[in-house]
Structure formats: C-alpha cells, structure tokens
Design a protein around this ligand. Structure first.
Ligand SMILES: Cc1ncc(COP(=O)(O)O)c(C=O)c1O
Length: 479
C-alpha cells in the first residue's frame, strides 16, 4: 500500500469508529507531515483522497474537518435527494426491505447533544427541572429503608406487584384492559422495546417501521440483523395504513414497531378510528405490534389519547412505555404490557438484565400510591404547551417562510421540513459551531432520507438563548 493510501486509511478508520467525529478538525498538513515524517505532497495526496471519499472537507483559511458525506458515499445515495413528507421515498421503501446501518451517525449526533454548553434543541430528553425530583428522592429513600430481605426477590421479573398494579390502573384510564400479570417491568422503555423485538424476531426477519422512525428503533433492528420495511408517516395522522396494508399482504412481516401517540420525531397523533383500523389490520394478518407509547401522557388536549392496545382483541400488541418522560427521568423504570407474549418477555428479561433496580421500582410505586401524579402531569402538560408556543413564536420570527412546521398536540418535538436550506447534516455541523444542537433528519431513516428535515426539542425552558439559537438556525437555513 502506498504511503498516502496508508495515511488516508488510518484517518478514515478513526472517522468510521467515531474517534474523530463529525465537524472535528483534523491535524493540518504541516502537523501530520512533521509527526509522521511524510512529505507534504504525500499528506496533501491523502487528504485529497479523503475529501473525494467524503470523509473530510476543507474550510477556507481554517483547515480540514470531518465531514458526514462519507456515509452517503458509502450508501451510494445522492446528498440532495431528500424526500418531502408529502411524497416520501419511503413509499418506495415499502416495496423493499432495507438492511439498517444508522448507528454511527446516530452516536455522533447524540454525543454532540450531550455538551452542556450547547442549547439542547437536538436533545431527546426533556429538562429534569420539569419533574418532582425532590419528592421522588424522598420516595427512594423511604423505599430503600423499607426494603426487607425479600425485597430483591419480590421485584424480580415480572417486577414489583405494587408497581404493576399501579400501571394496570393507569391502563384502565387509557381505555386498554391490561392486567398486572401481563405487565413486565423493564429498565426504561428502551429495554421494553428491545426485549419485545428479541422475543418476536429472528435474524433476517422483516419489521415494518415508520419513515421517519425513532432512531433507536432502527438501531435495534440493526443490532438484531433484521430488515426494516419503511412505511411513510405523515406529521399529522401518522403511519399510512394503505401502504402498511399492502406491505402486510406482500411481505412476510414478522412484527410492526410503531408510535401512534406523538411520534418521535414527527409529533404525529394517529386518530382513534385509524388506531381501530390498525388493530383490525394486524388482527387480520396476525402480526404483532410493538407499540412505543412513551409520550402518550404528554397530551395538550382534554384526554389521554388511547393506545392501539385499547383495540387489541388477540393480545397481539406489546405496549411499551416508561416513567422517563412523564415522571422520573434517570430512574430507568419502564414496562411492557405484553399481551400473549408476557411469559416469553419475562423470561427474556431475566436472561438479559435479570431485574430492574428494586429501590427504583419501589420508589415509583410509592409515589403513585401516595397520589399527586395527576397534578404533576397537568402542570407538566401546561408547561410543555407553553414552551411549544414560545418555540413556534421564535420560529415564526426567524425561520424562512418556506420551512414547513407542524404543531403537534403533545410531546416536546417539532419536525421541520426545510426544502431550500442546506443538507441537514451540514445544518447540524454548523449549529454546533453556533452553540446549539439539532437532530438531523437522516438519523431517523434506514435509508438516510429526510436530508432536508430536522427535529427540534422544546422540552427545556424557552430562554433568550433558545431564541438566539433559532435566529442562528434561520441564518443557516438561508445560507
Ligand atoms: C420514542 C422513544 N421511545 C423510547 C425512548 C426510550 O425511553 P426510556 O428512556 O424510558 O428508555 C425514547 C427516549 O428518548 C423515545 O424518544
């Protein structure tokens, strides 16, 4: 191998494994040539090769930086071919399943969203200021003090009976009939979703997902070596049932993974009639649904929207949720109402993490029993609705008129379609330079689509810094 190729390989390897991350500066030609005792011509040759492959880019008078283009190069996609929601390429996706390879890009984006100095518009989390952390801490301390020698055994899968009873009561309010025996407590919704997928599938199976989809769903599919069949989803009414019906007729779909309440990233809320139709469709094809319902409590209307689980007649719906977004971020307490798969789920949970932290389960059960959850939820919903209004007002002031934004009826995400702006990965990179993060569209797609879309988080207090960030976003989109 020639010297310049060797150098290019070393650098691209570091980019691929995430050691050098998107937007990071790489050493100058002079530095590398000195440190590796190579001629400057060799280094320049290597950098030209990396630039051609999309691993790095030159910024005039500034140097060389890691670029996100290599992922599109490797996928053989055009960077300018991002779909619009009204005519998503995902419709074509429903005719062909895709092997998924999104993790690297997702990790890069998530890592940058952890920087405390950034305005967290790209974050997946709401602010912890919105939650009753002191009261929860008291429950944790009481729960831990009261734990007797049987506590750890009692809370083994399926999990604390008291907590499962409390959750079953809440299901009743949401219109679904779920008994405590059907509920398995997990370490957050993420584990509930992953265990559900593991129980339902074998490598190579096809799973129908939304386009765009929550990136962790795509990562789970990637990790289990499954194939994603993308079904287009609309920012108002969610997944396209006609395309899903066709897909179920034409493909051996092993399971669906969908969000019908305030979908991440779109914020879509599937109307109740459509949820009923969806349940019927799955029933007809005998296909299980992994229903990710983590945002359902964050509604701005009068009532909690029903889950598809409320229309499930055969025990086909595995309704996965948690307290992470509504009560206790960081406690890692979630669950799955697993229908006919409850025993398999429980066994799989024992094989993976054995059990969810007993003090955390007991603390939440104690909190729910003591009352006050509804009051907290009412105040949380009011705050989020007010933050949404502030975010939309900022966007109206600063964002180009052709950017399309939907107004979700709950949750804490806004989905922007930016038809005339730069590629979303580029927007992400430039946002970091301006001191804020965004979540670029391609992380929500098995095909790296949605290159002119981005997701913004309004789950943090809306401050003058948030407004400045939106102003800078407007400038980036106009550039
Ligand atoms: C759509 C969706 N599902 C599941 C999760 C994971 O929830 P948990 O933190 O309870 O594991 C998240 C978190 O960001 C999410 O956005």
């Amino acid at each position: 191998m020639k010297l310049y190729q060797r150098l290019a390989d070393d650098i691209s390897g570091l980019i691929r494994n995430g050691t050098l991350r998107l937007g990071e500066r790489i050493p100058s030609v002079r530095e590398i040539s000195r440190e590796r005792t190579l001629s400057t011509a060799t280094v320049v040759h290597a950098y030209e090769l990396l630039e051609g492959q999309g691993f790095i880019e030159t910024r005039p008078r500034s140097g060389f930086y890691v670029s996100g283009q290599w992922q599109t190069h490797t996928q053989g996609l055009s960077t300018r071919s991002g779909p619009r929601r009204q005519a998503p390429t995902a419709v074509a996706g429903a005719t062909r399943s895709t092997r998924v390879d999104v993790s690297e890009l997702v990790f890069q984006v998530l890592e940058s969203a952890r920087d405390r100095d950034l305005v967290p518009l790209g974050s997946a989390f709401p602010s912890s200021l919105l939650f009753p952390m002191n009261r929860l801490a008291r429950c944790l301390s009481v729960g831990a003090r009261n734990m007797d020698q049987w506590g750890t055994l009692d809370d083994l899968p399926p999990g604390s009976l008291e907590l499962r009873r409390q959750i079953a009561r809440r299901y009743l309010r949401s219109g679904a009939r779920v008994s405590p025996d059907e509920i398995v407590i997990t370490s957050g919704a993420m584990e509930a979703l992953n265990l559900s997928l593991q129980v339902l599938t074998r490598p190579g199976d096809i799973v129908a997902v939304e386009a765009p989809a929550f990136y962790a769903c795509l990562q789970a599919i990637e990790a289990l070596r499954l194939r994603a069949l993308e079904i287009p989803s609309d920012a108002r009414e969610g997944v396209d049932l006609d395309v899903l019906a066709q897909a179920l007729s034409r493909h051996p779909v092993r399971a669906c993974w969908l969000m019908t309440n305030f979908q991440n990233p779109l914020g879509a809320l599937v109307p109740e009639d459509k949820k009923r139709d969806l349940a019927r469709l799955l029933d007809k094809h005998d296909v299980p649904l992994i229903e990710d319902d983590v945002y359902a409590e964050l509604f701005f209307g009068r009532n909690r929207p029903k889950p598809v689980k409320a229309f499930d007649r055969k025990g086909l719906v595995l309704n996965c949720s948690s307290f992470s977004k509504s009560l206790a971020p960081g406690y890692r307490v979630g669950w799955v109402g697993a229908g006919r798969f409850a025993t398999a789920l429980q066994r799989r949970k024992m094989m993976s993490s054995l059990s969810t932290s007993a003090p955390a389960q007991d603390a939440i059960a104690l909190y729910l029993r003591a009352g006050g959850y509804e009051r907290h939820l009412a105040s949380l919903r009011r705050t989020l609705a007010a933050q949404q209004a502030a975010a939309l007002a900022s966007l109206r002031r600063h964002i180009p008129a052709d950017v399309r934004i939907c107004r979700p009826a709950g949750g804490y995400f806004l989905w922007l379609e930016t038809p005339s702006g730069p590629d979303a990965i580029e927007v992400h990179r430039r946002a970091l330079e301006h001191g804020f993060s965004i979540a670029p569209g391609p992380i929500f797609s098995a095909k790296r689509a949605f290159r002119h879309c981005l997701r913004l988080n309004y789950g943090h207090p809306w401050t003058s810094q948030s407004d400045h960030a939106i102003r800078a976003l407007g400038q980036i989109l106009r550039s």
